[in-house]
Design a protein around this ligand. Structure first.
Ligand code: GUN
Length: 234
């Protein structure tokens, strides 16, 4: 579904795209050879390897292989490092999309208490860094956090990115807080839902994103923006 939507976005804005749907038993060598070819291909300015990879493949080595100037996900260590020091061309798609949503909601980050739930390399860690760059006071919560509810309740801006259906309940949200839900889960009835109990939290929050239809489309929009950036870098 993710790949299909990304290709549709490319078509919509006039970006040439190619999809390589490789067999599950593809070897590390074969995959890296393809990345080398795409790195050298003048017609290609952006490369994205849809994660997760099958367990026999070394994800880190695959990401390292992508030319950082073609790294539209901004997952390569050199791009991650640039984000850390605030000197970047490319931002990871979901955290950058979340920043756009916060701004669009009219929420100023400067001086605010920001809580990010989840510490993944794809969302939690870079999200915290982007909020810090905007002068937020940032706490990262994770599975070993002692009092999650209390930490969340202290947040003016709450970003949930753990992948646990409806983990964030209304009693964990400060009235008027801006709540951004990065989760993409299935509830007990198999219905798509986020990490936030939307129906109840929307009564407390000042602004809140739905799932689906909140962060997801923004992630894809930033991916397209990154693709234009890589074309310019080239
Ligand atoms: N799998 C889950 N999220 C992502 C993402 O942002 N990019 C890629 N390439 N794979 C993912």
């Amino acid at each position: 579904m993710y790949v299909r939507n990304k290709r549709r976005d490319c078509d919509e804005i006039g970006v040439y795209s190619r999809e390589y749907a490789l067999p599950e038993k593809t070897t590390q060598e074969e995959l890296e050879k393809l990345i080398d070819e795409l790195n050298a291909d003048e017609k290609i300015s952006g490369i994205l390897v849809q994660l997760p990879l099958p367990s026999h493949l070394d994800e880190k080595a695959v990401i390292n292989r992508i030319n950082p100037k073609k790294d539209v996900d901004a997952f390569h260590p050199s791009n991650v490092g640039k984000i850390m020091i605030g000197d970047y061309d490319l931002l990871p798609c979901t955290p950058a999309g979340v920043m756009e949503l916060i701004e669009e909601a009219g929420t100023k980050v400067e001086g605010k208490k920001c809580v990010v739930v989840g510490r993944s390399n794809i969302v939690g860690k870079p999200q915290a860094m982007l909020l810090l760059h905007k002068n937020g006071t940032v706490t990262i919560c994770h599975s070993k956090t002692k009092n999650l509810a209390e930490e969340c309740r202290s947040a003016d801006i709450l970003v949930a990115a753990v992948g646990r259906a409806k983990l964030i309940t209304a009693d964990m949200v400060k009235p008027g807080a801006t709540v951004i839900d990065v989760g993409m889960n299935r509830d007990e009835n198999g219905k798509l839902c986020g990490d936030v109990d939307f129906e109840n939290v929307k009564e407390v929050a000042g602004a809140i994103t739905p799932v689906p239809g909140g962060v997801g489309p923004m992630t894809r929009a930033v991916l397209m923006r990154n693709t234009v950036t890589t074309a310019k870098l080239k």
